[in-house]
Design a protein around this ligand. Structure first.
Ligand code: PMP
Length: 421
C-alpha cells in the first residue's frame, strides 16, 4: 500500500545519508498516497461548507456530508448514530465529556492515554487499577459497576466507561467487546478510544456493541487536522453545543427582554460550529475507503509479520525489556515500547535517528500512570533529553516506542532491529 513520506533522505552523523525510516506511526502516520491524491485533486476546488450558493460551495458541502456516510460505513454504525467531525481523538472525548448527562459517573482505567483519562475530571470519576490480564480488566470493571448499582443512591444515574481499543504504549488489544457487555449489563454506556485501533484493525460499532467511537485522522493516514466522534445521538443532542456559533444554530432571535434566543440543531451540526475543516474530513473519508479497499485481512497479516520480526529481534538483545501489561502472548498492533538496560531512552532514540535515520519516539507517551507502572519507577518528564542516565540495574526513567502500519517497508523494521542490536 503506497504511503507518502517514504523517500526522504536524511544525513547521518556517521557520514553519508539514508532513506528516513518513519517508525512513529502511533504518534502520527504518514499520509496514504491515495489520501494525498484525493486531497490534491479536491484542493483547487475548495469552497465553504454549508455557507454558499455557488457551485464550489455545493461541491464542498457534498464532499463533507458524503464523508460522514463513508465514516459511518467504515465504523459499521447503527442506523440513527451520528458522526460528529472534530479536530482529533482528544477533541472527540472532550466533546463527549462536555455532553455527559447530569450526575454521570465515569469509569476509566488508570492505564489510559491522557486523552481518555483526563477529560472527565468535572464528572464523578472512578479510576480503575491497572489489570494484568484482559480477563482481570473485565472483572475489575464488573466489580466497580456492581458496587455502583449496589449503592441505592446511584442505581438510576447514568454511567460511562471509557476504554482504549489498542494501547499506544504496549500495542496490546483490550477486550472491548467483553467490557462493552459488562458496561451494558450494569446499565452503563461505553466509549471506545480507537486512536490506535482504527488504523490497524476493522472497528465495528455493532459487532463490539460500543456506544461511541473516537479516532484521529492523523493516525489513520489522513494528517489534515480532523477527528471523529461517532455513536449514539441522544446524549449529544440533549447537551449544550460543544462550541457556540454559526452552523450549530438553526435560528437566533432577539428577545423582547433584550436577550437572545437560540434554536440549536439536533443533528451532528450541533457540535460542529464554525467553518468546518472540509479537507481534513474529506481526507479521513479517503483513508477509510483506501483501507477498506486494501482489506484489513491483508493489512493485519502484513503488520503482524512486522510485529513478529521486531519482537524476535528485540528478544535477541539481552539488555532490552519490552513493556507489556498483558504478557508476551497478548495480541497487539504494530506499537512496541521497550527500554534498554543502562541506556537513557532519549539518548537511545536520538542515536537511532542520528546514526540510522530511524524516527521513533521516547518518553512516557502521554500515558504517565501506565508507563510508570510498566517501568516500576517514578519517571521523569517525558522526552526530556536531559533526564539522567539510568545506572545498570536501575529502572529506566522513560521508554522507547517503535510503531508502524500500512505501507511500512520491511527494510525499515529490519534496519531498526539491526540498529538496536
Ligand atoms: N488515545 C490514544 C490511545 C492515543 O494514542 C492518542 C494519541 N497518541 C490519543 C488518544 C490522542 O490523539 P490526538 O492527539 O490525535 O488527539
Amino acid at each position: 500500500m503506497p504511503v507518502l513520506g517514504r523517500d526522504v533522505t536524511v544525513p547521518l552523523v556517521t557520514g553519508g545519508e539514508v532513506t528516513y525510516a518513519a517508525l512513529d506511526y502511533a504518534a502520527s502516520a504518514p499520509a496514504l498516497q491515495r489520501v494525498w491524491d484525493d486531497v490534491a485533486a479536491y484542493a483547487p476546488y475548495y469552497g465553504s461548507v454549508h455557507r454558499g450558493a455557488g457551485y464550489l460551495s455545493q461541491l464542498s458541502t457534498d464532499l463533507f456530508e458524503n464523508s460522514r456516510t463513508t465514516v459511518a460505513e467504515f465504523l459499521d454504525c447503527r442506523a440513527g448514530d451520528q458522526v460528529v467531525f472534530t479536530r482529533s481523538t482528544t477533541d472527540s472525548l472532550n466533546l463527549l465529556a462536555a455532553a455527559l448527562p447530569a450526575d454521570c459517573q465515569v469509569f476509566v482505567f488508570e492505564t489510559e492515554h491522557h486523552a481518555s483519562l483526563l477529560p472527565w475530571r468535572d464528572a464523578r470519576v472512578t479510576y480503575l487499577n491497572a489489570p494484568r490480564t484482559p480477563a482481570e480488566a473485565v472483572g475489575t470493571l464488573e466489580r466497580a459497576l456492581a458496587d455502583r448499582t449496589a449503592s441505592a443512591q446511584d442505581v438510576h444515574g447514568p454511567a460511562l466507561v471509557c476504554v482504549t481499543g489498542a494501547s499506544n504504549v504496549t500495542g496490546e488489544l483490550w477486550p472491548v467487546k467483553e467490557l462493552a457487555a459488562a458496561a451494558h449489563a450494569h446499565g452503563a454506556r461505553i466509549v471506545l478510544d480507537a486512536a490506535q485501533l482504527a488504523p490497524h484493525h476493522p472497528v465495528s460499532v455493532q459487532e463490539l456493541d460500543v456506544d461511541w467511537v473516537a479516532f484521529s485522522g492523523h493516525k489513520l493516514y489522513a494528517p489534515f487536522g480532523s477527528g471523529v466522534l461517532a455513536g449514539r445521538s441522544d446524549w449529544l443532542q440533549e447537551a449544550e453545543p460543544y462550541l457556540a456559533g454559526g452552523g450549530a444554530s438553526r435560528k437566533v432571535a432577539r428577545r423582547t427582554d433584550g436577550g437572545v434566543d437560540v434554536d440549536w440543531h439536533t443533528t451532528a451540526a450541533r457540535h460542529e460550529a464554525g467553518s468546518p475543516n472540509v479537507i481534513g474530513v474529506y481526507s479521513i473519508a479517503s483513508a477509510c475507503k483506501a483501507l477498506t479497499e486494501a482489506g484489513f485481512d491483508t493489512l493485519v497479516a502484513r503488520e503482524q509479520r512486522l510485529v513478529a520480526t521486531v519482537r524476535a529481534g528485540l528478544a535477541e538483545v539481552e539488555q532490552v525489556k519490552v513493556l507489556s501489561l498483558f504478557g508476551d502472548d497478548a495480541p497487539r498492533v504494530g506499537v512496541i515500547s521497550f527500554v534498554v538496560e543502562g541506556w537513557n531512552s532519549s539518548h537511545f532514540a536520538a542515536a537511532l535517528s542520528a546514526e540510522y535515520g530511524i524516527g521513533v519516539r521516547d518518553g512516557l507517551f502521554c500515558a504517565h500512570p501506565l508507563v510508570r507502572t510498566l517501568l516500576g519507577s517514578d519517571s521523569q518528564d517525558p522526552g526530556e533529553c536531559g533526564a539522567p542516565e539510568a545506572e545498570p540495574g536501575e529502572p529506566s526513567l522513560n521508554a522507547i516506542r517503535v510503531s508502524f502500519g500500512a505501507g511500512t517497508p520491511d527494510e525499515h523494521v529490519e534496519r531498526f532491529v539491526r540498529a538496536v542490536k
